[in-house]
Design a binder for this molecule. Structure first.
Ligand code: HEC
Length: 227
């Protein structure tokens, strides 16, 4: 019995934790982003650098890689996107000192390199739209899908200056950019995938025609069954 007891208690706590998760009714809206939309990615990069990189790093990414992938010239990157790092080949760090952020927010703003992979684009999209006024919180805001979040509503000023539709597009562009950052190779991988499949289809047609040609003279019988 002593062997079974821990197993049983682990099982019970697992089931309990599933129940807790099931009770949190989080509805995520679809981010509906397209990683092949270069204009959206460019706008997302600009917005991210302006509104997010003050606190968040995306340290798996380098400035010049963004330039190359998104067709932004080095000069434009240096002028419009680089606020924290000196070198165009440098990683995208945040200017926020770690001990300072701990004091100001109680947490260090996490690196966002892989957040699109861990949380998913729909979650980030819904999160950025879900801030609401709550006077009991240090920054006067709370978040519907991230209770008692320590991040301020950084996009409030942008929201005020834009139409709801344009603001929504901006949020989508930021999410799209984070999706790209989560797996930059996808731009190449998907494109290459279509080319490889196209090549295989053409090869199949040629190989089939060649097979027909080769077998044309072979009579039905021992070597060739009736088609
Ligand atoms: C003033 C600093 C600050 C700015 C600017 C900022 N954030 Fe944050 N962000 C935070 C902090 C602090 C947290 C951690 C919240 C917590 O754990 O309670 C956070 C958390 C997040 C998370 C959740 C990450 C996770 O894995 O839990 C996402 C996503 C995020 N921020 C996205 C953004 C985006 C996108 C922008 C730009 C539009 C942005 N943030 C701008 C401070 C900031």
């Amino acid at each position: 019995m002593s062997f079974c007891e821990p197993t049983a208690s682990v099982l019970i706590s697992l089931i309990a934790s599933f129940n807790i998760l099931a009770n949190v009714d989080v509805h995520l809206n679809s981010a509906n982003t397209d990683i092949n939309n270069q204009k959206s990615l460019q706008n997302g990069a600009k917005l991210f650098m302006n509104y997010c990189s003050g606190c968040h790093s995306i340290s798996f990414m380098r400035y010049n890689r963004i330039g190359k992938d998104l067709n932004i010239s080095d000069a434009d990157i240096e002028k419009n996107l680089m606020f924290n790092s000196e070198k165009i080949g440098g990683k995208i760090t945040s200017s926020m000192p770690k001990d300072g952020s701990l004091k100001w927010f109680g947490v260090t703003p996490p690196d966002l390199s892989l957040v699109s992979r861990s949380k998913g684009v729909d979650w980030i999209y819904t999160y950025l739209h879900s801030f609401y006024a709550d006077a009991s919180r240090p920054f006067g805001v709370n978040n519907k899908i991230f209770a008692n979040v320590s991040m301020p509503d950084v996009l409030w000023a942008l929201k005020k200056t834009k139409s709801p539709k344009a603001f929504d597009q901006d949020v989508r562009d930021i999410v799209n950019f984070l999706d790209y950052v989560g797996e930059p190779a996808r731009l190449v991988r998907v494109d290459l995938g279509y080319k490889v499949l196209g090549f295989l289809i053409i090869l199949f047609i040629l190989a089939y025609l060649m097979k027909k040609e080769y077998w044309k003279d072979v009579k039905y019988g021992k070597w060739r069954a009736k088609d």
